[in-house]
Ligand binder design. Structure first.
Ligand code: HEC
Length: 97
């Protein structure tokens, strides 16, 4: 069966690739008006606090409004402090489609 190894490669690529949860760069910072360090902290909050109960959703699965409502529901579940929540929102808004 030839499909299995390819599928495994694709799963690894989906989990580790920066495409699913893009790393902030200067262009993202400029377009969003949020500093690169803050965006990077926001991505870190997402990766560490939002993967405990379910898979890490791809950022392009939701638009800004979708992410804002998800964070409203999920920030208490993830027990985020207000600062972490703000950083997370800044990152998601900047990275969302
Ligand atoms: C304590 C467990 C838990 C944590 C931590 C958690 N979630 Fe969730 N999440 C859920 C559950 C349960 C659902 C599905 C039911 C629901 O929508 O409440 C869900 C659903 C979602 C959905 C909706 C998916 C859809 O198809 O509509 C998104 C988006 C999401 N979570 C994002 C996040 C983000 C962002 C964080 C980090 C701030 C996070 N989650 C942390 C339990 C959690």
């Amino acid at each position: 069966m030839r499909a299995a190894p390819l599928a495994a490669v694709l799963v690894v690529a989906a989990c580790s690739g920066s495409g699913a949860v893009p790393r902030p760069d200067a262009a993202m910072a400029a377009a969003s008006g949020v500093g690169l360090e803050e965006l990077t902290r926001g991505r870190q909050v997402y990766v560490t606090s939002c993967s405990g109960c379910h898979r890490l959703y791809r950022i392009d699965e939701f638009d800004r409004v979708g992410w804002e409502s998800a964070v409203r529901d999920m920030a208490p579940k993830a027990k985020l402090a207000p600062a972490g929540r703000d950083e997370l929102l800044g990152y998601l808004r900047a990275a969302a489609r």
